[in-house]
Design a protein around this ligand. Structure first.
Ligand SMILES: [Cu+2]
Length: 80
């Protein structure tokens, strides 16, 4: 696997959280392992519990994977 394709934490800012649907809107920086430039978009949380510790306006670092075309957040932490 090429180093640039390896999954890594991405910088983001929380815009909106939909606890019911388990979705989070993030303004994110470049996601190198997905060849995706920065943008604001909706992600699905793998586990709704990932969303309890963050709120709109928070700067975060998050891990995202592509699961059959669906962007799934597998980890999210406050940025330091
Ligand atoms: Cu995006």
């Amino acid at each position: 696997m090429d180093m640039s394709q390896q999954a890594a934490m991405t910088d983001g800012e929380v815009k909106k959280i939909d606890m019911e649907a388990g979705k989070i809107t993030l303004k994110h920086g470049d996601i190198k392992h997905m060849d995706m430039p920065g943008m604001t978009m909706v992600f699905t949380a793998r586990d709704k519990r990932l969303l309890v510790n963050v709120k709109p306006g928070d700067k975060v670092k998050f891990m995202v994977v592509n699961e059959g075309g669906k962007m799934v957040v597998t980890d999210i932490q406050p940025a330091r």
